[in-house]
Design a binder for this molecule. Structure first.
Ligand code: SF4
Length: 359
């Protein structure tokens, strides 16, 4: 066993984190936790894990749920393709594999929404198969400890790190080793200002010895960010309803609901949005335009305005965007993007009272 692995396992004995999915070998629960924890912090993901487990005790229960129910339970976690994949995979396992979770790395990797990292985690935690996890934590820990200058976002870098991770894995107990390196990266060798002075690895950590901790691991390119500008039409009808539509296209928030949307190259004044054309001969009254709401996604920044519109009569727009009239007090039954929920919460808190109170 390497010095690194020995020190890591010793550290883990005293510093392991306790999570509800760690004490189990049940592959359904391990898979569920791993999908939730992709792109999500443990403290944020834990209540979702417990809720899914309580609502759907078996993978067949999850498979039998409607997609809207699953999306609703997922609401607020972001990266909604994970929820769609979760549901599709549950159906596949329940209805095509007789409810038996696959038990080889290759079969696990073939599941929708499962990449090499998640497959290695499930294979080792549920079945003690010797596959090393490699994620952002592992790149950081190994990049620093071994002072590796190869960029992690290149083919060469990915191969080098995967090879090193496999060589360091404790073949006798891969599950504990994988848990240990993830916990070490999450709590000791953290991205910003790790406490190297009190780290049990510091004597042999190459980056600490050579003062390169802040520049490890290395990335070759910066992620491109794009800006998007949304104008949401919060259309209230005389019979206390508002319109929603479902985002069905391959884009962010697929299968979530939102107010009818006009997306433009920049934020525009209401007169520039062609509202007359949308409502045609229908009488409408623009009551208020909200302040700008912003939401940062991984590669996009969303800027949104909410235009609160009162209609005199119910209205159905005849085009590809189907609008559903929803009673205002039933909006919570729909899975909505976070930016829409933030707006609605502020309506409830009285900052935008017109929508929920005065219409
Ligand atoms: S000494 Fe610092 S950089 Fe090196 S492993 Fe420990 S926390 Fe990470």
């Amino acid at each position: 066993m390497s010095v690194f692995t020995e020190k890591l396992l010793t550290w883990y004995q005293e510093n392991k984190r306790v999570h509800p999915w760690k004490a189990t070998k049940e592959p359904y629960h391990i898979w569920l936790s791993e999908i939730i924890l992709q792109q999500t912090r443990v403290d944020q993901g834990t209540p979702y894990f417990l809720r899914f487990k309580a609502e759907y005790p078996t993978i067949t229960d999850l498979a039998n749920a409607s997609e809207d129910e699953v999306m609703r339970l997922w609401e607020g976690l972001g990266y909604y393709s994970r929820a769609r994949n979760l549901h599709a995979t549950a159906k596949y396992i329940a209805f095509e594999c007789g409810g038996i979770f696959p038990n080889t790395y290759k079969e696990i990797l073939a599941l929708k929404g499962v990449g090499p990292y998640t497959a290695a985690a499930i294979a080792s935690f549920a079945y003690d198969l010797a596959h090393a996890v490699v994620d952002g934590n592992v790149y950081r820990v190994l990049g620093r400890y071994f002072n590796i200058a190869t960029p992690i976002d290149t083919t060469k870098g990915k191969k080098e790190f995967a090879k090193l991770a496999a060589a360091l894995l404790d073949q006798q107990d891969p599950a504990t080793y994988n848990q240990a390196i993830m916990d070490f990266g999450a709590t000791q060798c953290v991205p910003a200002q790790p406490d190297c002075a009190h780290c049990p690895m510091s004597n042999s950590c190459q980056a600490y010895q050579r003062k390169t901790v802040t520049i490890r691991p290395v990335k070759s390119k910066k992620t491109k960010q794009s800006k998007r500008f949304f104008h949401y039409l919060v259309i209230a009808t005389p019979d206390q309803k508002v319109y929603l539509h479902k985002r069905t296209k391959k884009d962010i928030w697929q299968n979530l609901y939102e107010f009818p949307l006009i997306e433009k190259e920049s934020l525009l004044a209401s007169e520039e949005l062609g509202l007359e054309e949308i409502f045609q001969k229908q009488a409408f009254w623009l009551r208020r335009v909200s302040s700008i709401y912003r939401q940062q996604l991984s590669h996009q920044k969303i800027h949104a305005l909410f235009l609160e519109i009162q209609l005199k009569e119910a209205f159905q727009k005849a085009d590809e965007q189907e609008w559903i009239a929803v009673p205002r007090n039933q909006l919570e039954k729909y899975a909505l993007p976070r930016i829409v929920n933030t707006y609605l919460e502020q309506c409830e808190q009285g900052q935008n009272r017109q929508l929920l109170m005065d219409f």
